[in-house]
Design a protein around this ligand. Structure first.
Ligand code: S3P
Length: 164
């Protein structure tokens, strides 16, 4: 990969990833979409049939599959959490950019669960807790962070392009 985007649900990874790929004339990969393709069902259905653990297994296989591809990769919000995934991301050697946002902005962006089983399962207070729990892992895997609260996706994309 040429660049990897990480961040919590609703941080804009997919929107910014597509814009970046367009501007840089690179291929775009969305890890959630790769998981759906591989499983032949929606993320919601994977969670229903095999639980979060089943989803994480497929997610890891798909992440490994992208190791030798070139392009822009948007990960899922939970991708950087398992240690094995952190090692895979590290090994890929591409810059990892964290799209950061405050919990308020994040919650406002994901109130409509939009096919995200964890939003339905956890509710606002559970998401708040998960958000806090994940911050250390996000900072550890990332080389660069952008705070997106007051930026449009185009502005976030421009800032990333200035950096790399
Ligand atoms: C998840 C985030 C989702 C998706 C799955 C689990 C998470 O991706 O991978 O629902 O654990 O935060 P997005 O961050 O693209 O919504």
């Amino acid at each position: 990969m040429d660049l990897i985007l990480v961040g919590f649900m609703g941080s804009g990874k997919s929107t910014v990833g597509k814009l970046l790929a367009q501007k840089l004339d690179k291929e775009y990969f969305d890890l959630d979409e790769l998981v759906v393709q591989r499983a032949g069902m929606s993320i919601q259905e994977i969670f229903e049939q095999s639980g979060e653990a089943g989803f994480r297994k497929i997610e890891q296989q798909c992440l490994r599959d992208t190791e030798h591809l070139s392009g822009i990769l948007s990960t899922g919000g939970g991708t950087p959490i398992p240690e094995n995934n952190q090692q895979i991301l590290n090994k890929m050697g591409a810059p990892v950019v964290l799209l950061a946002a405050s919990i308020e902005t994040t919650l406002a962006r994901i109130t409509d669960s939009d096919g995200r089983p964890l939003v339905e399962q956890l509710g606002p207070s559970g998401l708040n807790k998960l958000f806090k729990q994940r911050q250390i892992a996000y900072s550890q895997v990332s080389d660069f962070q952008i705070h997106t609260d007051r930026l449009s996706p185009v502005e976030v994309t421009e800032q990333i392009m200035e950096q790399f």
